[in-house]
Structure formats: C-alpha cells, structure tokens
Design a protein around this ligand. Structure first.
Ligand SMILES: [Zn+2]
Length: 190
C-alpha cells in the first residue's frame, strides 16, 4: 500500500490563516504532513508527500501526481484546516472528514477509520448527522483522483480555541496521531 499525503495550499495562497496571523494553513499542514509521513515510515508504511514545494502547486498537477500511482494499491489523504468565515474569529469548531459524492466503498472506509481515530482521542468531531462519520463534497482533489481519497479539515483556523489547540504541541501531536492511527487502522482492515 502506498500512502500519499497532500498538504493543502502554498506560501503564495491568499487568505488561509488565523485572524491574528499566528496560524498559516500552508505552513501548519506541511508540518503535520511531514510528521505523519515520518511516523508512517517509522511503522514501515510506504508514505510520500505529493507536494514538497513551498508554493501552491495547482490542483490539476496534484491530481496528476496522485494518478501516476496504481489506484488499487494507493490511498490519498489531503490535510487542511477549516474556516467558517472570511478573516474574523468565528464560532465553528472541530474536526471533519470529507469524501467525494460518488466515491468508492474503500474511500468511505478510510474516512470512517480517520473519524474513529479522532473520536478515540476524545477530540471534537463535526458530522452531517449522528449516524454519518464523514461529509460528501465535490472537492477537486477528491473528484479527480482515482484511488480512495479523503480530505481532512483539522479544526478551524478562525476559531480562537481551535487555533490555540492546533498551535500547542499537544494539539499537533493529536492531529498527527489521528492521521497515523486512522491510516494504520485502514491498512489493517484490508
Ligand atoms: Zn485548505
């Protein structure tokens, strides 16, 4: 199994930061993605980040990099931080997982594993309903990649409590762990 990790956005992406500027999504999710990759390697998993550049690599190019790998033995996790507004502090909080509307059963299973790993740490999750573990959407990277793919929105970059959590070492470790544990759970389920 090849595990591909996408870290959203680049240093030249407009917006995508906390209102106080302390959290910049591109830098934050790169740090998380690097730590997830390293921890997966430590556990013997073939993991690779698809965007090593610091600038914003186009979604079409990201999808090309993913689709070079055989879909049957590859998974993709795209790591982001959510936002509820446009530059002000907002109230929405929590973690959520997203799959493409017409995705495979394997993508749904991967999203379920990531949700379970998040819940297992006692972290706040956001779901469309009590019975659903993930949201569906038409996000480009989910729609245009062939392998099972999940996009994670790791708490809100425009919520004060979430930003304080995200920037703490405990918060970073929790976000890394939920990805590693979720991915390991999925691999073990095959
Ligand atoms: Zn994002």
């Amino acid at each position: 199994m090849k595990v591909l990790i996408d870290n959203g956005h680049g240093s030249d992406t407009a917006g995508k930061r906390s209102p106080d500027g302390r959290l910049r999504e591109y830098a934050y999710v790169r740090e998380i993605a690097e730590r997830v990759e390293k921890e997966l390697h430590r556990r013997g998993v073939d993991a690779e980040r698809i965007v090593k550049e610091m600038w914003d690599v186009s979604l079409a190019e990201r999808c090309r990099r993913v689709n070079r790998h055989p879909a049957g033995s590859t998974i993709l996790v795209s790591i982001h931080c959510n936002a509820a507004g446009h530059g002000q502090w907002m109230n929405a909080r929590g973690w959520s997982g997203w799959v493409y509307r017409q995705c495979s059963e394997r993508a749904k299973r991967l999203a379920g594993c990531l949700y379970d790993a998040t819940k297992a740490q006692g972290l706040q999750v956001r779901t469309p309903s009590r019975s659903q573990k993930y949201w569906t959407a038409g996000f480009y990277i989910l729609k245009h990649t062939v392998c099972p793919a999940v996009l994670t929105e790791n708490f809100f970059q425009d919520n004060r409590e979430d930003v304080a959590f995200l920037l703490s070492e405990a918060g970073k470790a929790a976000v890394v762990r939920l990805h590693v544990e979720g991915i390991m759970k999925y691999i073990e389920s095959l």
